[in-house]
Ligand binder design. Sequence first.
Ligand SMILES: Cc1ncc(COP(=O)(O)O)c(C=O)c1O
Length: 344
Amino acid sequence: MDYDLAPPVAAALHAAISRSDTGYAPASAELGRAYAGFASRRWGWEVDPLGVTSVTDVGVGVIEVLRQRLRPGDVIAISPPVYPPFFDWAPEASARLLSVPLTGGCLDLAALERAFATHPAAYILSNPHNPVGRVHTFDELAALVRLARLYGVLLISDEIHAPLVLPGAVFTPLLSVPGAASVAVAVVSASKAFNLAGLKCAAIVTGSPRMASLVARMPAEVHERTGHLGVLASIAAFTAGDSWLDALLGTLAARRAQLADLLATRMPHVRWNPPEATYLAWLDCSAWGPDEVPAARFLQEGRVAVEPGTRFGAAGAGFVRLNFATSPEILDEAVSRMAAVPGL
Ligand SMILES: Cc1ncc(COP(=O)(O)O)c(C=O)c1O
C-alpha cells in the first residue's frame, strides 16, 4: 500500500530502534494476547492466546503445518485463481497439487466434495480470497468444514487479508465455524493490513488439542525465526491499530468506488466484481481477445505494472490484478494510461 504506517506501529518501531532492541524475538505470550483481543473486537471471535504461535510469515506457517501432516505422495488441494505461492507451497512441502477452481468467484462446493472424496491431505483456503476479493460466507465455510470432517481433510485457512474486509461484507474466521477447530488451523498476520510484510511476523492459530499437537511437534527453531521488529509492530497493530485500520478501510472503499467509476467511463469493456475485501481488483480484460496478454501490454505501452492473471492459475488468462491502495491521483493516472492502450 502507498500509505504511511499506523502511528502506534511506527512508534513501537522507533522505540525499539532507540533502545537498540534489534536482536532475536524473545518467547512471549504478548502476540497471542494482542491477536486474541483484535479477533474479539473485530469479529467477536474468541481466540485462546495460548493457541497463537508466531512464525516467520504466512508462507512459512502454511509449509510448517503441512510438513507435520504430510506423508510421501500426499496431495494438497487449492482453488485457483489464487495467490501464486499457493502453487509452490505444496511442492515445497513435497506434496502434489490438486486444483479445484472457483466457480463464478466462489468456492465450488460440489467440486470440492468430489476432490475431498479422493482424500487429499489438506486444503489451503484463502479467506478472504486473493485475487478475487471474495469474503466466503458462513454457510460456505460451514459446508467446507462438513466436507473436511467427512473426508478427513486438514483445512489451512490463510487469513492474512481478514483485517481488510471492506464495509458491506462480514468476515467469518474459519475456526469460529462450529466443528472447525478439530480439523482446521488459521494462519494470520498483521502484515497485509498494516503494511508490515518485510518485518517477518505471522502466527498459526489453533483451537483444539488435536491441531495444537501439530504445532507442538514443530522444532523450536520454527518459532524462533520470527522477526523481532515484526512481533513488536504486530503487537502494536493488534492492540492499538483499530482506529487507523477503520480509516484505512474507509479510504480503500473510496478507492474501490473511484475505480468503479473510472472503469465504467474509460474502460467499459473491462468486467469485474468489486472486491468485498482487500485492495486488489481482479479485472477481466478478455474482451481484448484470446491472444492478448493484457498485463504485458499495460506495462509496455501504458507503463502500468499489474499482475498477469495467469500467475494465479490457468483460469486467470485474460485477467490482470490491479492494486488500488494508492492515492486518487495515481489511480486516476493508472486507469487513464491503461485506457490509452489501443484495442480495449
Ligand atoms: C493470500 C496471501 N497469503 C499470503 C501472503 C504473503 O504472506 P507472507 O509474506 O506473510 O508469507 C499474501 C501476500 O500478498 C497473500 O495475499
